[in-house]
Write a protein that binds this ligand. Sequence first.
Ligand SMILES: [Ca+2]
Length: 152
Amino acid sequence: MVKSISADGNFCELHVPKFYFVHPNEETVQAPPIDNVVGKIETVWVPCSSLQIQAASSAPVVNAGPDERTLTGLLYPLNWSFTDANHDGPWSYTIDWGDGSTSTGSVANEGSHSDGHTYIVLLQRNLTITVTVTDASGSSGSDSKVVTVFVL
Ligand SMILES: [Ca+2]
């Protein structure tokens, strides 16, 4: 846990627990009894560049793709993608197809994915598709697009 950062930004102050043994006789090497184990908090300064700073969690950034058109009764292929800055998968996803049906699944990788859905409409309709992705930490992101379902 970084407690403070030096004015020039190069050094980070850490408070770390330090444990050491108090030897009753420094000339004798032996396992000390537990009463001789002393713990304290030590302050150390280290180069910030040596630390792996990890964000608590970042939400997936989802791209549902551009608005599209599809024909009623045919399988509509949806290509969607996402990235996650802290890469904490696997990720679960939900696709709300906009006509009352949803698809759910799980993926192990960021990047491009595809799912299909067949719309059945009697008259041309504009429907909103929403793709929501949730990472292993419970952070979620979503994106929406409009698909125009037309009839011949
Ligand atoms: Ca994440």
